[in-house]
Design a binder for this molecule. Structure first.
Ligand code: ZN
Ligand code: ZN
Length: 387
């Protein structure tokens, strides 16, 4: 029977001993297997995973390994379950946990820092200095589910209570998986100073973080909000999420177009979500003197940067990792207040057993897929309206 020392469960949510779980074999290889349902320890709960979204970073991890790090190295053939953008229901409480109740719906953020390093003590748990040190005799208690510990492509997972975000019943399972994506965009704007009301913002790259970056910037009062990209169908969704202007970079010089749309001046902030090779240099040319650029995408290659332009113009560059400084809570507040409709980027839902198909849709953008969600409770594959 499922149990652990001091763990509380409820007959309303019976927990099996074993669960379905996908594991990463060789690069690109996912296998469906069975694992023991994990047991929460102090400051942890067990979450029954009701929905999990596929992120571009999952695709990166499945094919190349990084930025996941398991037992100090690449995650291949280590019985590792990826997946990090999930939501679900709390079904068991670790010893002493009274912050959440059994039966409560939650969505999760990824990083639970060690709580004892310099950065964690500064509140920067996504930059924990003990990243990935959570095994054997180097266990510092750090967890980043789907990166350094088992993630959400399975039926149950343990989460530190610091990674939970309570969600209202009016928020659907699918929408709740997008809170962490909006939270990442929110963290980018937080690191840029957070006070963007009345300030001009460019978001480059209409992927999920870029599109929700537009929505969050608009909800925070930025004006104008300009979205740049190469695909008109994605730019159209950006307009629906609040972009005042969109620029297809294939059709015009993007730096000149940004300046023209902002009264001849560069903008105050750029949130770079494209990862394109020329993106950083273009971003620093889009901002006005003293402007700030947040880098939220990671390119595969080293990218050239016009350092002289940055120095002459006192431009600030920030790199962000993940969804730090409790930004998911602020993003969830905007979403539960219906300040924007994040579900516009959710396009497809598949059953957990169909994960490889779901991944193919996300990777190859089959049928214009943007966010693909997988649900453990049997659902037949379907497309939902993004139009
Ligand atoms: Zn992600
Ligand atoms: Zn730490």
């Amino acid at each position: 029977m499922y149990a652990g020392p001091g763990v509380k469960t409820s007959p309303d949510f019976p927990i099996p001993d074993k669960m379905k779980a996908w594991i990463l074999g060789n690069p690109g290889e996912l296998k469906l297997t069975e694992k023991a349902v994990p047991v929460p320890k102090r400051a942890e709960v067990l979450v029954r995973i009701d929905a999990v979204a596929i992120c571009a970073t999952d695709l990166e991890i499945i094919d190349y390994g990084s930025p996941a790090m398991i037992e100090g190295g690449k995650p291949f053939n280590k019985n590792f379950t990826p997946g990090h953008e999930y939501m679900g229901t709390v079904v068991a409480l670790g010893p002493g946990v009274d912050e959440y109740k059994i039966g409560q719906r939650v969505t999760v953020e990824i990083h639970a820092g060690c709580g004892q390093c310099k950065r964690c003590r500064e509140g920067m748990y996504t930059s924990c200095h003990n990243y990935g040190l959570n095994y054997g005799d180097v266990d510092k208690g750090h967890r980043a589910n789907g990166f350094t510990t088992d993630g959400g492509f399975c039926e149950y997972q343990v989460n530190n209570i610091n990674t939970l975000v309570a969600i209202p019943d009016i928020m659907s399972d699918e929408e709740a998986t997008l809170v962490v994506t909006a939270g990442t965009a929110m963290y980018g704007l937080t690191e840029l100073g957070g006070l963007v009301a009345g300030e001009s913002v460019v978001v480059t790259g209409p992927g999920p973080i870029g599109l929700l970056g537009v929505a969050v910037a608009k909800a925070m009062g930025a004006t104008p909000v300009i979205l740049t990209g190469t695909r008109d169908n994605r730019l159209k969704i950006g307009k629906e999420l609040g972009a005042d202007h969109v620029i297809n970079v294939r059709n015009e010089n993007v730096v000149e177009a940004v300046k023209r749309l902002n009264g001849g001046k560069g903008v105050d902030y750029v949130v770079e979500c494209s990862g394109a090779a020329n993106a950083v240099t273009e971003a620093v040319r889009m901002v006005n003197r003293g402007g700030k650029v947040c880098l939220a995408a990671f390119p595969h290659e080293e990218t050239p940067v016009d350092v002289a332009h940055i120095v002459r113009n006192n431009i600030y560059l920030f790199g962000i990792r993940g969804e730090g400084k409790s930004a998911t809570h602020r993003a969830e507040a905007f979403m539960s207040q219906k300040r924007f409709d994040a579900t516009k980027i959710h396009t497809h839902t598949f059953a957990l057993d169909d994960l490889p198909t779901a991944i193919r849709y996300a990777k190859d953008r089959v049928d214009d897929a943007i966010k693909v969600v997988v649900k453990a409770k049997g659902v037949s594959a379907h497309r939902v309206a993004a139009e």
